[in-house]
Design a protein around this ligand. Sequence first.
Ligand SMILES: Cc1cc2nc3c(=O)[nH]c(=O)nc-3n(C[C@H](O)[C@H](O)[C@H](O)COP(=O)(O)O)c2cc1C
Length: 337
Amino acid sequence: MRELLRPVIVAPMAGGPSTPELVSGAAEAGAVGFLAAGYLAPATVESQVRSVSASGHPYGLNVFVPAPRPADVPALERYREVLRAEAERYEVDLPALRLDDDDHFAAKVELAVTYRVPMVSFTFGVPDRSVIRALRAAGCATLVTVTSADEARRALAAGPDALIAQAGTAGGHSATTSPAHHRGKTRAKDILAAVRATTALPVIVAGGVASAPDVGSLLAEGAAAVQCGTAFLLADEAATRAPHRAAITSGAYRETVVTRAFTGQPARALRNRFTDAYSAVAPVGYPAVHHLTAPIRAAAARRGDAGALNLWAGTGHAHTRPGPVATLIANLLAEPR
Ligand SMILES: Cc1cc2nc3c(=O)[nH]c(=O)nc-3n(C[C@H](O)[C@H](O)[C@H](O)COP(=O)(O)O)c2cc1C
């Protein structure tokens, strides 16, 4: 496992930013990148995997674990009513509740097996032992994302090769399996120590890391690697949507908040009109809320209106710079002067 890792991991970023070019560029620059299978059709994942595996570099694929949590349908219906005003504003129809989406989990795992993807990481939960065993038999190393020592212990019972300790400072969705209680307060250093105390396996740390000194100190504290997402949102090779890029570079968004407003799973995003209006009332309920708000977000994106977009970003967002992924990696690895 350790031989596949590099000090910096370019995080999987579903919803656009992750591309085969970003992952291959990361490998060429001495880091390791993960493709993001989340939301994509299996055929798209397959073509991305083929493209990156042709390079021969180590890389990873990230897969969402379907949530076993029962949905609170009345709460979701109430949120649907609350969102009517947004649907009118953006002239879209609100879809009926959709509760049954497993994001093609089995097909995505099967692709990883078929193409012997070197590393497969999971978020939103722990895959069955049988999934980890099948991947191992195919030669794939497995990593499970956790946000607490308790989650680490549950993940270890499934037999993965490594854990990803995700802090509350991280941009995008939290992997938490307790979405009603997630406040996003943990810092990288603390979650690294808490998760390392549960295992001798490699622990990769993620969340709010934006500079070479941060990377250096987390490696010194025993991280097997540091996984960064927000630091690569403006990479030339990333397919981050234009309004998301513009929001990060504008300097107009100074704060991040943890919100379930967009998807029903806590996620850290730049604070905007939508997070202000709905964070207090949005229920737990991924992926139902994701599907409910999707037409609103799509319409907002078409209008270039960042006010209703999920502007995922970690607490280090103010340090995010544009440029080739190789330069951004070099900045994160720079020796102190
Ligand atoms: C835009 C965006 C999309 C993300 N998508 C995923 C994903 O698909 N799967 C995943 O495991 N983590 C995802 N993450 C979380 C990252 O894996 C990582 O935990 C996070 O980026 C680290 O915090 P940072 O953004 O402050 O560097 C995403 C993060 C961002 C910013």
